[in-house]
Design a binder for this molecule. Sequence first.
Ligand code: SDX
Length: 428
Amino acid sequence: MPTATLTLNGTSYELPVVVGTENEVAIDITGLRSATGLITLDPGYGNTGSCESRITYIDGANGVLRHRGYPIEELCEKSSFVEVCYLLVYGTLPTQDELEAFARKLKSHSLLHEDMKKFFEGFPPSAHPMTVLSAMVASLSAYYPDTPENVDLNIVRLLAKLKTLAAFSYKKFIGQPYIYPRNDLDFTADFLHMMFEVPSEPYEPSETLVKALDLLLILHADHEQNCSASTVRMVGSSGADLFASISAGISALSGPLHGGANTAVIKMLQQIQADGGDLDKYIAKAKDKDDPFRLMGFGHRVYKNYDPRARIIKRYVDEVLQELGLDDPLLDIAKRLEAAALEDEYFIERKLFPNVDFYSGILYRAMGIPTDMFTVMFAIGRLPGWIAQWKEMKNDPKTRINRPRQIYQGERLRHYVPIEERSAATPA
Ligand code: SDX
Protein backbone atom coordinates (compact mmCIF):
# COMPACT_ATOMS: atom_id res chain seq x y z
CA MET A 1 0.00 0.00 0.00
CA PRO A 2 1.60 3.36 -0.96
CA THR A 3 2.29 5.95 1.74
CA ALA A 4 2.67 9.76 1.76
CA THR A 5 5.65 11.44 3.41
CA LEU A 6 5.14 14.63 5.40
CA THR A 7 8.34 16.48 6.29
CA LEU A 8 8.36 19.35 8.79
CA ASN A 9 11.40 20.96 10.45
CA GLY A 10 13.60 18.15 9.20
CA THR A 11 11.38 15.37 10.60
CA SER A 12 9.52 13.09 8.16
CA TYR A 13 6.30 11.24 8.88
CA GLU A 14 4.87 8.39 6.78
CA LEU A 15 1.08 8.61 6.34
CA PRO A 16 -1.07 5.82 4.92
CA VAL A 17 -2.93 6.39 1.65
CA VAL A 18 -6.50 5.24 0.91
CA VAL A 19 -7.51 4.39 -2.67
CA GLY A 20 -11.21 4.15 -3.60
CA THR A 21 -12.92 1.83 -6.08
CA GLU A 22 -12.83 4.66 -8.65
CA ASN A 23 -9.12 5.23 -7.93
CA GLU A 24 -9.66 8.39 -5.90
CA VAL A 25 -6.69 8.80 -3.55
CA ALA A 26 -6.63 10.28 -0.02
CA ILE A 27 -3.95 10.70 2.59
CA ASP A 28 -5.28 9.13 5.78
CA ILE A 29 -4.51 11.62 8.57
CA THR A 30 -6.47 9.73 11.26
CA GLY A 31 -3.27 9.27 13.28
CA LEU A 32 -1.60 12.58 12.37
CA ARG A 33 -2.11 14.49 15.63
CA SER A 34 -1.23 11.63 17.93
CA ALA A 35 1.93 10.88 15.89
CA THR A 36 3.05 14.46 15.21
CA GLY A 37 1.03 16.92 17.35
CA LEU A 38 0.05 18.52 14.03
CA ILE A 39 -3.42 19.10 12.55
CA THR A 40 -4.42 20.13 9.04
CA LEU A 41 -6.42 23.27 8.22
CA ASP A 42 -9.05 23.33 5.43
CA PRO A 43 -11.79 26.00 5.85
CA GLY A 44 -14.86 24.81 3.91
CA TYR A 45 -13.42 21.29 3.76
CA GLY A 46 -12.73 21.61 0.01
CA ASN A 47 -9.75 19.27 0.31
CA THR A 48 -10.93 17.07 3.17
CA GLY A 49 -12.71 13.72 3.00
CA SER A 50 -14.98 13.12 6.01
CA CYS A 51 -15.68 9.43 5.37
CA GLU A 52 -15.49 6.48 3.01
CA SER A 53 -18.87 5.91 1.41
CA ARG A 54 -20.55 3.42 -0.92
CA ILE A 55 -23.62 5.51 -1.78
CA THR A 56 -22.84 8.10 -4.50
CA TYR A 57 -19.90 8.68 -6.80
CA ILE A 58 -19.27 12.06 -8.44
CA ASP A 59 -16.51 12.73 -10.98
CA GLY A 60 -16.59 16.53 -11.02
CA ALA A 61 -14.07 16.91 -13.85
CA ASN A 62 -16.13 14.76 -16.21
CA GLY A 63 -19.66 15.52 -14.98
CA VAL A 64 -20.35 11.97 -13.75
CA LEU A 65 -22.97 11.14 -11.09
CA ARG A 66 -23.84 7.56 -10.04
CA HIS A 67 -25.97 6.19 -7.18
CA ARG A 68 -24.80 2.78 -5.93
CA GLY A 69 -22.96 2.50 -9.26
CA TYR A 70 -25.94 3.30 -11.51
CA PRO A 71 -25.53 6.39 -13.76
CA ILE A 72 -28.03 9.17 -13.04
CA GLU A 73 -28.93 9.21 -16.74
CA GLU A 74 -30.10 5.57 -16.59
CA LEU A 75 -32.00 6.06 -13.34
CA CYS A 76 -33.81 9.08 -14.81
CA GLU A 77 -34.71 7.14 -17.94
CA LYS A 78 -35.63 3.77 -16.44
CA SER A 79 -36.34 4.08 -12.71
CA SER A 80 -38.81 5.89 -10.43
CA PHE A 81 -38.25 8.06 -7.37
CA VAL A 82 -39.63 5.36 -5.04
CA GLU A 83 -37.26 2.80 -6.57
CA VAL A 84 -34.32 5.22 -6.23
CA CYS A 85 -35.30 5.72 -2.55
CA TYR A 86 -35.06 1.94 -2.10
CA LEU A 87 -31.73 1.79 -3.96
CA LEU A 88 -30.15 4.57 -1.89
CA VAL A 89 -31.44 3.43 1.51
CA TYR A 90 -31.02 -0.35 1.10
CA GLY A 91 -28.14 -0.45 -1.41
CA THR A 92 -29.66 -2.58 -4.19
CA LEU A 93 -32.34 -2.32 -6.87
CA PRO A 94 -35.49 -4.05 -5.52
CA THR A 95 -37.25 -7.03 -7.11
CA GLN A 96 -40.81 -6.38 -8.29
CA ASP A 97 -42.20 -7.82 -5.03
CA GLU A 98 -39.75 -5.80 -2.90
CA LEU A 99 -40.65 -2.59 -4.73
CA GLU A 100 -44.39 -3.18 -4.41
CA ALA A 101 -44.04 -3.99 -0.70
CA PHE A 102 -41.94 -0.86 -0.15
CA ALA A 103 -44.42 1.34 -2.03
CA ARG A 104 -47.26 -0.14 0.05
CA LYS A 105 -45.37 0.61 3.26
CA LEU A 106 -44.85 4.23 2.18
CA LYS A 107 -48.57 4.55 1.47
CA SER A 108 -49.56 3.08 4.81
CA HIS A 109 -47.42 5.59 6.72
CA SER A 110 -48.16 8.79 4.80
CA LEU A 111 -50.67 10.17 7.34
CA LEU A 112 -49.57 12.57 10.09
CA HIS A 113 -50.68 12.17 13.71
CA GLU A 114 -53.76 14.40 13.84
CA ASP A 115 -52.31 16.36 16.75
CA MET A 116 -49.46 17.56 14.50
CA LYS A 117 -51.94 19.67 12.54
CA LYS A 118 -52.10 21.96 15.57
CA PHE A 119 -48.40 22.77 15.12
CA PHE A 120 -49.12 24.49 11.82
CA GLU A 121 -51.52 26.86 13.61
CA GLY A 122 -48.62 28.37 15.57
CA PHE A 123 -46.76 29.58 12.48
CA PRO A 124 -47.52 32.99 10.96
CA PRO A 125 -48.50 32.95 7.23
CA SER A 126 -45.14 34.61 6.54
CA ALA A 127 -43.20 31.59 7.86
CA HIS A 128 -40.91 30.15 5.19
CA PRO A 129 -41.92 26.57 4.25
CA MET A 130 -38.37 25.34 4.98
CA THR A 131 -38.60 26.74 8.53
CA VAL A 132 -41.88 24.90 9.01
CA LEU A 133 -40.56 21.67 7.46
CA SER A 134 -37.46 21.60 9.65
CA ALA A 135 -39.54 22.19 12.80
CA MET A 136 -42.17 19.60 11.87
CA VAL A 137 -39.56 16.92 11.08
CA ALA A 138 -37.83 17.51 14.42
CA SER A 139 -41.26 17.15 16.07
CA LEU A 140 -41.67 13.64 14.68
CA SER A 141 -39.25 12.49 17.40
CA ALA A 142 -42.00 13.25 19.93
CA TYR A 143 -44.34 10.74 18.26
CA TYR A 144 -41.93 8.07 17.04
CA PRO A 145 -39.20 7.44 19.62
CA ASP A 146 -35.76 6.57 18.37
CA THR A 147 -35.24 3.02 19.61
CA PRO A 148 -33.02 0.47 17.79
CA GLU A 149 -36.05 -1.65 16.84
CA ASN A 150 -37.79 1.48 15.45
CA VAL A 151 -35.03 2.70 13.13
CA ASP A 152 -36.18 0.94 9.96
CA LEU A 153 -39.84 1.83 10.55
CA ASN A 154 -38.91 5.45 11.33
CA ILE A 155 -37.04 5.61 8.01
CA VAL A 156 -40.20 4.49 6.20
CA ARG A 157 -42.33 6.88 8.27
CA LEU A 158 -40.10 9.84 7.36
CA LEU A 159 -39.97 8.97 3.64
CA ALA A 160 -43.77 8.64 3.69
CA LYS A 161 -44.64 11.69 5.79
CA LEU A 162 -42.29 14.39 4.45
CA LYS A 163 -44.41 14.97 1.35
CA THR A 164 -47.56 15.15 3.50
CA LEU A 165 -45.87 17.66 5.82
CA ALA A 166 -44.82 19.71 2.78
CA ALA A 167 -48.28 19.68 1.20
CA PHE A 168 -50.03 20.45 4.49
CA SER A 169 -47.70 23.40 5.16
CA TYR A 170 -48.50 24.75 1.67
CA LYS A 171 -52.24 24.40 2.20
CA LYS A 172 -52.01 26.02 5.64
CA PHE A 173 -50.31 29.09 4.29
CA ILE A 174 -52.62 29.64 1.36
CA GLY A 175 -55.57 29.17 3.70
CA GLN A 176 -56.99 26.09 2.05
CA PRO A 177 -58.10 22.87 3.80
CA TYR A 178 -55.59 20.06 4.10
CA ILE A 179 -55.90 17.38 1.42
CA TYR A 180 -55.16 13.95 2.83
CA PRO A 181 -52.99 11.33 1.10
CA ARG A 182 -54.71 8.90 -1.27
CA ASN A 183 -53.43 5.33 -1.31
CA ASP A 184 -54.75 4.73 -4.82
CA LEU A 185 -52.17 7.21 -6.14
CA ASP A 186 -48.43 6.57 -6.48
CA PHE A 187 -45.97 8.63 -4.44
CA THR A 188 -45.44 11.60 -6.78
CA ALA A 189 -49.03 11.79 -8.06
CA ASP A 190 -50.22 11.70 -4.45
CA PHE A 191 -48.03 14.67 -3.55
CA LEU A 192 -49.31 16.74 -6.48
CA HIS A 193 -52.88 15.85 -5.54
CA MET A 194 -52.31 16.92 -1.90
CA MET A 195 -50.82 20.19 -3.16
CA PHE A 196 -53.40 21.17 -5.76
CA GLU A 197 -56.71 19.48 -5.02
CA VAL A 198 -59.44 21.59 -3.41
CA PRO A 199 -62.55 19.93 -1.90
CA SER A 200 -64.85 21.44 -4.50
CA GLU A 201 -62.62 20.52 -7.43
CA PRO A 202 -61.02 17.07 -7.63
CA TYR A 203 -57.51 17.20 -9.14
CA GLU A 204 -56.01 14.44 -11.19
CA PRO A 205 -52.33 15.20 -11.92
CA SER A 206 -51.42 14.79 -15.58
CA GLU A 207 -48.94 12.09 -16.54
CA THR A 208 -46.63 14.82 -17.86
CA LEU A 209 -46.49 16.57 -14.50
CA VAL A 210 -46.09 13.33 -12.53
CA LYS A 211 -43.22 12.23 -14.79
CA ALA A 212 -41.56 15.65 -14.63
CA LEU A 213 -41.72 15.81 -10.84
CA ASP A 214 -40.58 12.20 -10.45
CA LEU A 215 -37.57 13.03 -12.64
CA LEU A 216 -36.73 16.11 -10.56
CA LEU A 217 -36.98 14.11 -7.33
CA ILE A 218 -34.61 11.46 -8.73
CA LEU A 219 -32.16 14.17 -9.81
CA HIS A 220 -32.03 15.56 -6.26
CA ALA A 221 -31.89 12.20 -4.43
CA ASP A 222 -28.29 12.30 -3.20
CA HIS A 223 -25.03 14.10 -3.85
CA GLU A 224 -22.41 12.56 -1.54
CA GLN A 225 -20.92 14.84 1.15
CA ASN A 226 -22.61 18.17 0.28
CA CYS A 227 -23.32 20.73 2.99
CA SER A 228 -26.67 19.30 4.12
CA ALA A 229 -25.60 15.63 3.96
CA SER A 230 -22.50 16.48 6.00
CA THR A 231 -24.76 18.27 8.47
CA VAL A 232 -26.93 15.16 8.80
CA ARG A 233 -23.80 13.06 9.44
CA MET A 234 -22.41 15.64 11.88
CA VAL A 235 -25.59 15.80 13.97
CA GLY A 236 -26.16 12.04 13.78
CA SER A 237 -22.59 11.36 14.94
CA SER A 238 -23.52 12.67 18.40
CA GLY A 239 -26.19 9.94 18.66
CA ALA A 240 -29.01 12.34 17.81
CA ASP A 241 -32.00 10.52 16.30
CA LEU A 242 -32.95 10.32 12.63
CA PHE A 243 -35.57 13.08 12.79
CA ALA A 244 -33.26 15.53 14.59
CA SER A 245 -30.46 14.80 12.10
CA ILE A 246 -32.68 15.26 9.06
CA SER A 247 -34.22 18.41 10.53
CA ALA A 248 -30.70 19.85 10.73
CA GLY A 249 -30.07 18.83 7.12
CA ILE A 250 -33.23 20.67 6.04
CA SER A 251 -31.96 23.80 7.76
CA ALA A 252 -28.57 23.51 6.05
CA LEU A 253 -30.26 23.03 2.67
CA SER A 254 -32.31 26.23 3.10
CA GLY A 255 -29.29 28.48 2.51
CA PRO A 256 -29.20 30.34 -0.86
CA LEU A 257 -25.74 28.94 -1.63
CA HIS A 258 -27.14 25.40 -1.32
CA GLY A 259 -30.72 24.27 -1.82
CA GLY A 260 -32.10 27.79 -1.63
CA ALA A 261 -30.42 28.52 -4.96
CA ASN A 262 -33.36 27.22 -7.03
CA THR A 263 -35.56 29.93 -5.56
CA ALA A 264 -32.76 32.48 -5.92
CA VAL A 265 -32.38 31.63 -9.63
CA ILE A 266 -36.02 32.43 -10.40
CA LYS A 267 -35.84 35.67 -8.42
CA MET A 268 -32.62 36.53 -10.33
CA LEU A 269 -34.27 35.79 -13.71
CA GLN A 270 -37.31 37.87 -12.71
CA GLN A 271 -34.99 40.73 -11.69
CA ILE A 272 -33.23 40.56 -15.07
CA GLN A 273 -36.59 40.44 -16.85
CA ALA A 274 -37.91 43.45 -14.90
CA ASP A 275 -34.69 45.26 -15.67
CA GLY A 276 -35.23 44.94 -19.41
CA GLY A 277 -33.31 41.68 -19.90
CA ASP A 278 -29.89 43.34 -19.95
CA LEU A 279 -27.75 40.19 -19.66
CA ASP A 280 -24.41 42.00 -20.05
CA LYS A 281 -25.23 44.10 -16.98
CA TYR A 282 -25.80 41.04 -14.83
CA ILE A 283 -22.82 39.11 -16.17
CA ALA A 284 -20.71 42.16 -15.28
CA LYS A 285 -22.27 42.31 -11.80
CA ALA A 286 -21.50 38.61 -11.26
CA LYS A 287 -17.84 39.23 -12.16
CA ASP A 288 -17.50 42.38 -10.04
CA LYS A 289 -15.78 41.50 -6.75
CA ASP A 290 -17.29 44.61 -5.16
CA ASP A 291 -20.78 43.50 -6.09
CA PRO A 292 -22.38 40.80 -3.87
CA PHE A 293 -24.45 39.62 -6.88
CA ARG A 294 -23.68 36.08 -8.02
CA LEU A 295 -25.04 34.17 -10.98
CA MET A 296 -27.32 31.89 -8.95
CA GLY A 297 -27.52 28.33 -10.26
CA PHE A 298 -23.96 28.63 -11.60
CA GLY A 299 -20.80 27.12 -10.18
CA HIS A 300 -20.16 24.09 -8.00
CA ARG A 301 -17.60 22.96 -5.46
CA VAL A 302 -17.19 19.58 -7.17
CA TYR A 303 -18.42 19.88 -10.77
CA LYS A 304 -15.85 21.71 -12.88
CA ASN A 305 -17.86 20.64 -15.91
CA TYR A 306 -21.54 20.78 -16.77
CA ASP A 307 -23.60 19.35 -13.84
CA PRO A 308 -25.15 16.21 -15.42
CA ARG A 309 -28.38 16.96 -13.55
CA ALA A 310 -28.62 20.42 -15.15
CA ARG A 311 -28.06 18.88 -18.56
CA ILE A 312 -30.95 16.45 -18.04
CA ILE A 313 -33.31 19.13 -16.69
CA LYS A 314 -32.46 21.55 -19.52
CA ARG A 315 -33.19 18.85 -22.09
CA TYR A 316 -36.50 17.99 -20.39
CA VAL A 317 -37.83 21.48 -19.63
CA ASP A 318 -38.55 22.29 -23.31
CA GLU A 319 -40.51 19.03 -23.65
CA VAL A 320 -42.61 19.65 -20.53
CA LEU A 321 -43.43 23.28 -21.38
CA GLN A 322 -44.40 22.26 -24.91
CA GLU A 323 -46.63 19.40 -23.64
CA LEU A 324 -48.28 21.80 -21.19
CA GLY A 325 -48.62 24.48 -23.85
CA LEU A 326 -46.68 26.88 -21.67
CA ASP A 327 -44.21 29.53 -22.77
CA ASP A 328 -42.12 30.86 -19.87
CA PRO A 329 -40.11 33.97 -20.83
CA LEU A 330 -37.77 33.20 -17.93
CA LEU A 331 -36.61 30.07 -19.77
CA ASP A 332 -35.47 32.16 -22.72
CA ILE A 333 -33.60 34.52 -20.37
CA ALA A 334 -32.01 31.52 -18.61
CA LYS A 335 -30.81 30.01 -21.88
CA ARG A 336 -29.37 33.31 -23.13
CA LEU A 337 -27.74 33.94 -19.76
CA GLU A 338 -26.15 30.48 -19.80
CA ALA A 339 -24.85 30.99 -23.35
CA ALA A 340 -23.37 34.39 -22.48
CA ALA A 341 -21.69 33.09 -19.30
CA LEU A 342 -20.24 30.01 -20.96
CA GLU A 343 -18.52 32.25 -23.52
CA ASP A 344 -17.14 34.60 -20.90
CA GLU A 345 -13.49 34.18 -19.82
CA TYR A 346 -14.34 34.77 -16.13
CA PHE A 347 -16.66 31.75 -16.06
CA ILE A 348 -14.51 29.65 -18.35
CA GLU A 349 -11.37 30.27 -16.29
CA ARG A 350 -13.16 29.37 -13.06
CA LYS A 351 -14.97 26.40 -14.66
CA LEU A 352 -18.36 27.76 -13.68
CA PHE A 353 -21.21 25.86 -15.33
CA PRO A 354 -24.96 25.64 -14.65
CA ASN A 355 -25.71 23.40 -11.66
CA VAL A 356 -28.84 21.46 -10.71
CA ASP A 357 -30.59 24.64 -9.54
CA PHE A 358 -30.27 26.65 -12.73
CA TYR A 359 -33.20 25.17 -14.67
CA SER A 360 -35.11 23.24 -11.99
CA GLY A 361 -37.14 26.27 -10.93
CA ILE A 362 -38.50 26.70 -14.47
CA LEU A 363 -39.96 23.19 -14.23
CA TYR A 364 -41.38 23.74 -10.75
CA ARG A 365 -43.05 26.93 -12.03
CA ALA A 366 -44.54 24.98 -14.94
CA MET A 367 -46.09 22.61 -12.38
CA GLY A 368 -47.64 25.53 -10.50
CA ILE A 369 -45.41 25.04 -7.48
CA PRO A 370 -44.88 28.42 -5.74
CA THR A 371 -41.31 29.78 -5.68
CA ASP A 372 -40.93 29.57 -1.90
CA MET A 373 -41.71 25.85 -2.09
CA PHE A 374 -38.87 25.08 -4.53
CA THR A 375 -36.36 24.28 -1.78
CA VAL A 376 -38.97 22.11 -0.08
CA MET A 377 -39.10 20.11 -3.33
CA PHE A 378 -35.31 19.79 -3.15
CA ALA A 379 -35.67 18.47 0.42
CA ILE A 380 -38.28 15.86 -0.59
CA GLY A 381 -35.94 14.67 -3.34
CA ARG A 382 -32.83 14.70 -1.11
CA LEU A 383 -34.44 12.85 1.81
CA PRO A 384 -33.46 9.30 0.68
CA GLY A 385 -29.88 10.47 0.24
CA TRP A 386 -29.75 12.03 3.69
CA ILE A 387 -31.22 8.86 5.19
CA ALA A 388 -28.71 6.66 3.34
CA GLN A 389 -25.83 8.86 4.55
CA TRP A 390 -27.17 8.80 8.14
CA LYS A 391 -27.58 5.00 8.09
CA GLU A 392 -24.09 4.50 6.64
CA MET A 393 -22.59 6.78 9.29
CA LYS A 394 -24.46 4.97 12.09
CA ASN A 395 -23.29 1.55 10.84
CA ASP A 396 -19.69 2.59 10.15
CA PRO A 397 -17.37 1.20 12.87
CA LYS A 398 -15.01 4.12 12.15
CA THR A 399 -17.68 6.67 13.12
CA ARG A 400 -16.76 8.86 16.09
CA ILE A 401 -18.56 12.01 17.22
CA ASN A 402 -17.53 14.69 14.68
CA ARG A 403 -15.36 17.21 16.45
CA PRO A 404 -12.98 19.20 14.17
CA ARG A 405 -9.98 21.03 15.67
CA GLN A 406 -8.82 24.65 15.05
CA ILE A 407 -5.81 26.93 15.00
CA TYR A 408 -6.25 29.59 17.68
CA GLN A 409 -5.45 33.14 16.51
CA GLY A 410 -6.85 35.11 19.46
CA GLU A 411 -5.32 37.03 22.39
CA ARG A 412 -2.51 35.34 24.30
CA LEU A 413 -2.68 34.94 28.10
CA ARG A 414 -3.98 38.06 29.92
CA HIS A 415 -5.55 38.62 33.34
CA TYR A 416 -8.90 40.03 34.49
CA VAL A 417 -9.05 43.86 34.87
CA PRO A 418 -11.45 45.35 37.46
CA ILE A 419 -14.13 47.43 35.73
CA GLU A 420 -13.03 50.68 37.35
CA GLU A 421 -9.57 50.29 35.78
CA ARG A 422 -10.81 49.73 32.27
CA SER A 423 -10.62 52.38 29.54
CA ALA A 424 -13.17 52.47 26.72
CA ALA A 425 -12.11 49.79 24.29
CA THR A 426 -11.33 51.03 20.83
CA PRO A 427 -14.14 49.64 18.58
CA ALA A 428 -13.23 46.21 17.15
C1 SDX B 1 -26.10 22.90 -4.61
O1 SDX B 1 -22.25 20.42 -2.84
C2 SDX B 1 -23.20 19.98 -3.54
O2 SDX B 1 -23.17 18.88 -4.10
C3 SDX B 1 -24.42 20.88 -3.60
C4 SDX B 1 -25.53 20.45 -4.53
C5 SDX B 1 -26.21 19.19 -4.05
O3 SDX B 1 -26.84 18.50 -4.89
O4 SDX B 1 -26.24 18.96 -2.82
O5 SDX B 1 -25.03 20.25 -5.84
C6 SDX B 1 -26.63 21.52 -4.58
O6 SDX B 1 -25.96 23.49 -3.58
C7 SDX B 1 -25.70 23.50 -5.93
C8 SDX B 1 -25.07 24.92 -5.78
C9 SDX B 1 -26.21 25.91 -5.67
N1 SDX B 1 -25.68 27.27 -5.33
C10 SDX B 1 -25.64 28.22 -6.26
O7 SDX B 1 -25.99 28.08 -7.43
C11 SDX B 1 -25.16 29.56 -5.72
C12 SDX B 1 -24.17 30.20 -6.70
N2 SDX B 1 -22.95 29.44 -6.70
C13 SDX B 1 -21.84 29.85 -5.88
O8 SDX B 1 -22.17 30.56 -4.72
C14 SDX B 1 -20.72 28.85 -5.77
O9 SDX B 1 -20.42 28.46 -7.04
C15 SDX B 1 -20.94 27.61 -4.90
C16 SDX B 1 -21.43 27.96 -3.55
C17 SDX B 1 -21.90 26.66 -5.55
C18 SDX B 1 -19.59 26.90 -4.78
O10 SDX B 1 -18.78 27.74 -4.05
P1 SDX B 1 -17.22 27.42 -3.85
O11 SDX B 1 -16.88 26.05 -4.30
O12 SDX B 1 -16.85 27.81 -2.46
O13 SDX B 1 -16.53 28.37 -4.90
P2 SDX B 1 -16.05 29.84 -4.59
O14 SDX B 1 -17.16 30.61 -3.96
O15 SDX B 1 -14.73 29.77 -3.88
O16 SDX B 1 -15.85 30.39 -6.07
C19 SDX B 1 -14.62 30.20 -6.76
C20 SDX B 1 -14.51 31.44 -7.67
C21 SDX B 1 -14.62 32.74 -6.89
O17 SDX B 1 -13.96 33.72 -7.66
P3 SDX B 1 -12.39 34.10 -7.29
O18 SDX B 1 -12.35 34.39 -5.81
O19 SDX B 1 -11.59 32.86 -7.68
O20 SDX B 1 -12.07 35.28 -8.17
O21 SDX B 1 -15.63 31.45 -8.59
C22 SDX B 1 -16.43 32.57 -8.32
C23 SDX B 1 -16.09 33.06 -6.94
O22 SDX B 1 -16.34 34.46 -6.83
N3 SDX B 1 -17.83 32.12 -8.39
C24 SDX B 1 -18.83 32.81 -8.93
C25 SDX B 1 -19.96 31.99 -8.82
N4 SDX B 1 -19.62 30.84 -8.23
C26 SDX B 1 -18.30 30.93 -7.96
N5 SDX B 1 -18.88 34.05 -9.48
C27 SDX B 1 -20.09 34.46 -9.93
N6 SDX B 1 -21.22 33.71 -9.88
C28 SDX B 1 -21.19 32.48 -9.32
N7 SDX B 1 -22.30 31.74 -9.25
